[in-house]
Design a protein around this ligand. Structure first.
Ligand code: SAH
Ligand code: SF4
Length: 414
């Protein structure tokens, strides 16, 4: 769909073909799976039943091999294998940080590369998911922003990151399926009874990897709907957070149609500084952005909006900035919390991180006003997996190339 403004997403195909002419079922809705089964020759009733079974095996059990789908008739499994696949992104590189954070460089069927990061904590495990290869925007402190937008990721490539993470973490439920019910049309249903749902390792998802999720709305929505589906991955919307740099026209739809938690990359409280570090501000200014936050569906005490604020030395980190941030949150009547992110460096970055004392003082000022403002501990910096460090191209652009890309993106903002 068209989004107002010059920065429009590059559209992606809907049904990716892989492994010869076989259709990859990952990322399709349950109805769409039924649809491709009908196209392949099943009648509507059989297609609906098979779609339900396949969905459960794919998203609840993580199965990629039709032969393992034991409640589907034995004779039907090769028929499925000949026509369909259940794909995964290819892992190009996997790294583990000294703090346990894991980063994967992934490749799509067309060779495009993107990254995902898993951050384990004592009480949760968070997967940071990418929505685009590159980004059309060029926030000056962000490594991804130095890339051109190559393309949007398709829903299957977005949900595929969650599937692959669960593969790699070894956390699919084991055993065969009890309670899912035998297949009434099947003579050789091998339905057994030792199925166990393990405790979860991957508990939370943040759309905070490469790209601007609200410039790839439809595919991100499709992927998150699958992630939230109760018969599959079944992750609660309260455990999913979508971060936007401030694509105002899409924020209400994100709340209404996806309904996950919202994080907004505010990063500055004056037009002058935000224009500089988040150039999208020249298109959608702070006033418009905060109004959209106030109108975000469901934004109340129980569902606070998170403002992300990167701490850049001598740029946006003064006591006055902190006071102005509190004033703005109050003026717009926002139920918000602030997440202070120490700037994560990358090769060629022109900023420095504020000192720990400055970050603490900034945080204290906001806390004193009754607004929560924790400092996000940088994770995975040693493997370039921390916020804003993701970038897929191995090549290192020169300063002149970086400036040219920035200029192009600026021109696109209009
Ligand atoms: N494009 C979306 C989501 C991805 S970025 C967005 O901009 O909101 C996730 C968060 O990391 C954003 O708040 C982003 O501004 C921040 N970030 C980017 N580069 C960073 C860096 N070098 N250090 C710390 N945070 C950074
Ligand atoms: Fe894109 Fe977000 Fe990076 Fe800005 S911070 S360049 S919107 S990925």
């Amino acid at each position: 769909m068209q989004i107002p403004g010059h920065i429009d997403p590059v559209t992606t195909g809907t049904v990716p073909l892989r492994g010869g002419n076989r259709i990859d079922l990952i990322g399709l809705t349950r109805d769409a799976i039924g649809g491709v089964l009908v196209e392949a020759g099943l009648d509507a009733k059989a297609a609906k039943l098979r779609a339900k079974q396949i969905w459960h095996w794919m998203y609840h059990r993580g199965v990629t091999d039709f032969e393992a789908m034991t409640d589907i008739a034995k004779a039907m499994r090769p028929w499925l294998t000949d026509r369909f696949i259940i794909g995964r992104p290819t892992v190009r590189e996997a790294q583990v940080s000294s703090d346990g954070t894991r980063k994967w460089l992934l490749a799509a069927a067309d060779g495009q590369e993107y990254e995902m990061v898993f951050i384990p904590d004592a009480d949760r495990g968070t997967l940071c998911v990418s929505s685009q290869v590159g980004c059309t925007l060029n926030c000056r402190f962000c490594h991804t922003g130095t890339m051109r937008l190559v393309r949007n990721l398709a829903a299957g490539e977005i949900v595929g990151q969650v599937m692959l993470a669960r593969d790699e973490l070894g956390e699919w439920p084991k055993g065969t399926m009890a309670g899912f019910g035998p297949d009434p049309e099947d003579d050789d249903d091998e339905e057994g009874g030792n199925y166990t749902a393990d405790g979860r390792i991957l508990t939370n998802i943040v759309m905070m990897g490469m790209g601007e999720p609200l410039y790839n709305f439809d595919e991100v929505k499709g992927a998150l709907k699958i992630v939230m589906d109760g018969d599959g991955l079944a992750l609660s919307r309260r455990r999913i957070t979508l971060s936007t740099s401030g694509v105002v026209p899409m924020m209400a739809r994100a709340g209404e149609e996806i309904g996950v938690n919202l994080a907004v990359s505010l990063h500055a409280v004056s037009k002058e500084i935000r224009d500089e570090i988040v150039p999208l501000n020249r298109k959608y200014g702070i006033d418009e952005l905060l109004k959209a936050c106030a109108d975000y569906p469901g934004a109340g005490n129980s569902r606070r909006i998170t403002f992300e604020y990167v701490m850049l030395k001598d740029k946006n980190d003064s006591d006055d900035d902190a006071r102005e941030l509190v004033r703005l949150i109050r003026e717009y009547g926002l139920h918000a919390k602030v997440n202070l992110i120490p700037f994560n460096p990358w090769p060629g970055a022109i900023y420095e991180c504020s000192s720990p004392e400055r970050v603490r003082a900034f945080s204290n000022l906001i806390f004193k006003a009754g607004i929560s403002a924790p400092v996000r501990t940088p994770r995975g910096r040693d493997i370039m997996a921390a916020c804003g460090q993701l970038k897929s191209a191995a090549t290192k652009p020169t300063r002149a190339e970086l400036d040219r890309i920035a200029e192009e993106k600026q021109a696109a903002l209009g």
